[in-house]
Design a binder for this molecule. Sequence first.
Ligand code: ATP
Ligand code: MG
Length: 398
Amino acid sequence: MLYRLKKSGYQAHLVGGGVRDLLLGREPKDFDVATDATPEQIKAAFGNARIIGRRFRLVHVRFGREVIEVATFRSMQFQQEKQSDEGMILRDNEFGSIEEDAMRRDFTVNALYYNIADFSVVDYSNGMEDLESGLLRLLGDPETRYREDPVRMLRAARFAAKLGFNIEASTEEPITRLAHLLGDVPSARLYEEVLKLFISGYAVSAFEKLRHYNLFAQLFPQTEEALTHEEHEFPLVLVHKGLENTDKRLAQDKPVTPAFLFAVLLWEPLRRIARELEADGLPFYQALQQAGDVVIGRQVQQVAIPRRFSTPMREIWTLQARFHNTKGQRPHRLLVHPRFRAAYDFLLLRAESGEADPELAAWWTSFQEQQGLDPKGGSRAADSSKRRRRRPRKRQAQ
Ligand code: ATP
Ligand code: MG
C-alpha cells in the first residue's frame, strides 16, 4: 500500500495510533497513512479506493476485509479564519507539508511518522521521548487545542487509560476547567467516543479517569448525579462490575453489546425514577418502562444512542420486572425471549452488586439448568450479532 504510493512518486508515512502502538510493542488497532498525494491522486493510484468525509476528505483503500485510511497532509493555515466564537474549528480541508500535518495532531506520541522510504521514524515534537517516559503531551497550547476540539479531553483520558500513560501537567491542568465544552460537541460524535472509551478493553480505567477529570458528568450527567448522591455503595459497584465484565469479555474475545453497556450505565438514574413512579402506584414493569423513556430522552441530548441499541437496552430493563414471575408458564415464556440472556446477565450483575435479591438470581440459574440450558453459555452473543456491523466511523485529526 505504502509502496504503491511511493512508486507513484509520493511520500508515504504510517502515522498515528498504529505507529505509537507498534513502537510500544502493542498490537495496533489500525493504520493510518499520511501522504503528500491529494485525495484524487490517491484514488488514481488505487483502484479500490473511495473518497469519504465531509469535514476532512480522506480516502479509504480496501485490502480484502481491511480498510486503510489515507489522508493528505493537512495544513495549519485555515485554522484562524475558520474558527467559531468558542475557537472550534468549523471546517478545514487544506493540504500542507508533513511538518504542518504533524502540528495538527493531538498528542506528541500520536504525531510520529514511519517513513517507508528509509524505514525511519520521523519525529517533529519529541514524541519518542514522551513515548519512552509514558507521557501524553498535547502539541501546542493545551487550552487552545481543547477549545478547537473538546473531544481531545476525552482522548487524553482514553489514552491515559489505554496506555497507562500519565498526562503531562500543562496538558492535564485545563481539563476539569474546560470539561463543560463537551456540551458543544455533537451527540453522535460523543456516542462514538463513548464506545471507544468503554468497548476497547480498558473500560474500568477509562471510567475512573473520566470521573477524575469531571468528564464523565458531561457524558452521563444523570449517572454522575445518581452516583454522587447515593447513600449506598451498590450503584457504583454495579457500574464497576459491569465495566469489569465488559473488559473481561473483550479479553476473551467475547462479544459485547452497547445495549448492555448503556443499560449498566443508566440503571441507577432509571431506578430512582422508577422508584418514585412505583410510590405513585405504578406497577414495577410500567414504572421501568416510563422511567426508561425519561432517562433515554435526557441521555440522548448528550450522547446519541442509536435506536438499534436503545430498544434492546429498554428490554433488558423491563425484563427485570418479569423475573419476579416464577410461577406457572411465565418463566418458560421468558426463557425464549430474545433478550433473555442479556437480561439474566443483568439480573446477576444486580444481585452481585447487592441491589437485586440473590435468591431470585439463583432461582433463574437453577431454572435454566432444569431446562437443560447452560446459564453461562451463549450469554450476550445473541444480542450482539449486529454489534459493530461496521466499525464506528473514524473521526480524523484536526
Ligand atoms: P486508536 O488506538 O484509538 O486508534 P489513534 O491514535 O489511532 O488511537 P485515531 O482516532 O485512530 O486515534 O486517530 C488517528 C490519528 O489522528 C491520531 O493518532 C492523531 O494523530 C490524529 N487525531 C485523531 N483525532 C484527533 C483530534 N481530535 N485532534 C488532533 N489529532 C487527532
Ligand atoms: Mg487509530
